[in-house]
Design a binder for this molecule. Structure first.
Ligand code: 13P
Ligand code: SF4
Length: 356
């Protein structure tokens, strides 16, 4: 039963003490979040993995790319465990390293590779929601990682070093961030490979400022301008806050857009009695309503809107993982190879240093 699982988790966690840190993303269900030592957005979780040298292991309640990042940034003797290996991210899976390498080959063939020390023709930027192999690719090629909380700072970093950016894999975060910087729609084409098969022309790529990979989040793609209009009609004076993985028209129609931590802070600071519609994952939205019962908070999508892969971290997996650790085993360890980790770390450290 749920109560038994909670008891097992609490008992194993108490016995493990400081040896194990449980990290949880804001989208995790409450039955997981209640056991986490630290809860945050993907940027904060990456920092947390660097900040606990005393821990022998991190149990990462989130998705695969986040656990890879924790492995890269944590110490060499610290294990990172993903309680359910099936917890991936469909957006991260929309860019494979082979596709990215091929895109880079075609881009550099068209745009050149630039002179050493000068502005580069194109800088690769990857959203945190990507495999370690793609982060490593960015590290090797003068590029950088961003999260939804620092995408603008990171694009500014890239434009100090290059004429253009190629942005993997979320077209919406890329477009929303570029738009806020005054970059026009014509200057941000979607990447289409192979000219002969309808790919981008050389003129289109040369005129580009940001070349967008055609990826998206299936959760945030569900939010629409019609939902915002309906909610505003139902609740005059409504405030609408969305995640920047939503389509640009949705971000434009909202009152604010930002990372999960930004959304949390906006709710924390809201005036009592406010009515707020949120365009993000349902577990976070429901938790924010519980934390501020004096506000009226609801999800913009009237049909439930969970991230099905985040949801795969069920308390039964957490209990099993902690009990295995207690028995001296290290189940479901996420280990990024040393070569990929070294190059990824370059791109991640650039991001951590670029943050204002
Ligand atoms: P945050 O960086 O805002 O935590 O978002 C991660 C994510 O996967 C959103 O869908
Ligand atoms: Fe990936 Fe979207 Fe889930 Fe975030 S909400 S982990 S981007 S599928």
């Amino acid at each position: 039963s749920d109560a038994e699982l909670t008891e097992r988790i609490m008992a194993a966690k108490a016995a493990l003490g400081d040896r194990v840190q449980i990290l949880g993303h804001f989208y995790q269900r409450d039955e997981i979040v209640q056991h986490a030592d630290f809860v945050g957005d993907s940027f904060m979780l990456a920092q947390a993995a660097k900040e606990h040298p005393e821990a022998e292991a991190f149990v990462f309640c989130g998705v695969h790319f986040m656990a890879e990042t924790a492995d890269i940034l944590s110490g060499p003797d610290q294990a990172v465990i993903l309680p359910n290996l099936a917890a991936g991210c469909s957006m991260a899976d929309m860019a494979t390293i082979d596709q990215v390498e091929e895109c880079w080959k075609q881009l550099t063939a068209t745009l050149g590779t630039g002179a050493p020390g000068g502005l580069q023709p194109v800088i690769p930027v990857t959203y945190m929601n990507s495999s370690a192999a793609i982060k490593a690719f960015c590290g090797r090629n003068g590029g950088i990682v961003c999260t939804s909380s620092n995408a603008r700072t990171v694009l500014e970093w890239a434009f100090e070093r290059g004429q253009r950016v190629v942005f993997f894999p979320d077209q919406h975060l890329g477009r929303n961030t570029a738009k806020a910087m005054g970059i026009t729609e014509e200057e941000m084409p979607l990447w289409r490979p192979h000219l002969a098969l309808g790919g981008n022309t050389a003129a289109e790529l040369e005129a580009a400022r940001v070349i967008l990979w055609n990826g998206f989040c299936s959760v945030h793609k569900r939010f629409t301008v019609a939902q915002i209009e309906q909610a505003r009609a139902d609740f005059p004076g409504l405030t609408v806050i969305v995640h920047p993985e939503c389509p640009a028209a949705v971000v434009d129609a909202a009152d604010g857009a930002g990372s999960t931590e930004y959304i949390r802070k906006e709710i924390e600071a809201a005036a009592p009695g406010s009515v707020i519609a949120i365009g993000t994952e349902i577990n976070l939205v429901n938790r924010l309503q519980q934390q501020r019962p004096d506000l009226t908070i609801f999800c913009l999508d009237p049909v439930v809107c969970p991230c099905s892969t985040m949801y795969r971290i069920h308390p039964a997996y957490l209990a099993w993982t902690l009990e295995a650790l207690l028995a001296g085993e290290t189940p479901n360890q996420i280990s990024v190879s040393a070569e990929v980790a070294d190059d990824s770390r370059v791109a991640l450290e650039r991001m951590l240093a670029a943050r204002p």
